[in-house]
Design a binder for this molecule. Structure first.
Ligand code: URA
Ligand code: SF4
Length: 193
């Protein structure tokens, strides 16, 4: 069994897939380790690889704005990680074998956090965590319960930057998340209440 410190130290040494050869920094995760809400993206982009922190580029700024709408932020009440911890070159999708090699790290993070809600950002994370043939256009915003934990996929913020027309649906999904938080999380979770 890992503690946070031993997990982070072990992960930092990981060479379980070829992405270790091209990474600048491994991107482990950021946020509140006792959060009831875990957010999972796909993998580090260029800025994340340089900084070693998830969602610090343009998509990350939009993510922070999205979270703020429902009283969430990475400093106090969510933890943010990715399916793969090292950047896929040129921001290509992580391969199945890379995802499979990396998922044990996320599983350990999940075990330590014990979130009540897991929000998958985009198709890749939803495919890895909810079900393998996940269709983001038809299945975003739906709840999937697994062993008492509620999973939902949202459009990836990078997809919202490319296509503004998806934003209203994402707003509806976020309000749905807010409602679930009010139902099942401690009432102090949302900063605005
Ligand atoms: N996109 C992701 O999926 N994860 C990050 O950390 C940054 C961009
Ligand atoms: Fe290890 Fe994951 Fe990085 Fe591959 S992507 S080297 S499995 S930490």
């Amino acid at each position: 069994m890992f503690t946070w410190e031993s997990l982070e130290n072990a992960c930092a040494q990981c060479r379980a897939c070829a992405l270790c050869q091209t990474r600048t920094n491994l991107v482990f995760g950021v946020g509140e380790k006792s959060a009831e809400i875990l957010l999972v993206g796909e993998g580090p982009g260029e800025k994340e690889d340089l900084d070693g922190v998830p969602f610090v580029g343009k998509a990350g700024q939009l993510l922070d704005d999205m979270l703020k709408i429902i009283g969430l932020d990475r400093k106090t009440n969510v933890y943010i990680a990715n399916v793969v911890k090292c950047r896929p070159p040129g921001n290509r999708d992580p391969l199945h074998q890379e995802q499979a090699a990396c998922l044990p790290w996320l599983r350990e993070q999940f075990r330590l956090i014990r979130p009540k809600i897991v929000l998958c950002l985009g198709r890749i994370a939803a495919g890895a965590l909810i079900h393998p043939d996940f269709r983001i256009t038809s299945e975003h915003g739906q709840w999937f319960e697994k062993s008492g934990v509620f999973f939902m996929a949202l459009y990836h913020p990078a997809a919202l930057l490319r296509d503004d027309s998806k934003r209203p649906e994402t707003f509806v999904d976020l309000k749905n998340v807010e409602e679930k938080i009010l139902q099942i999380c401690s009432h102090t979770v949302l900063n605005k209440y």
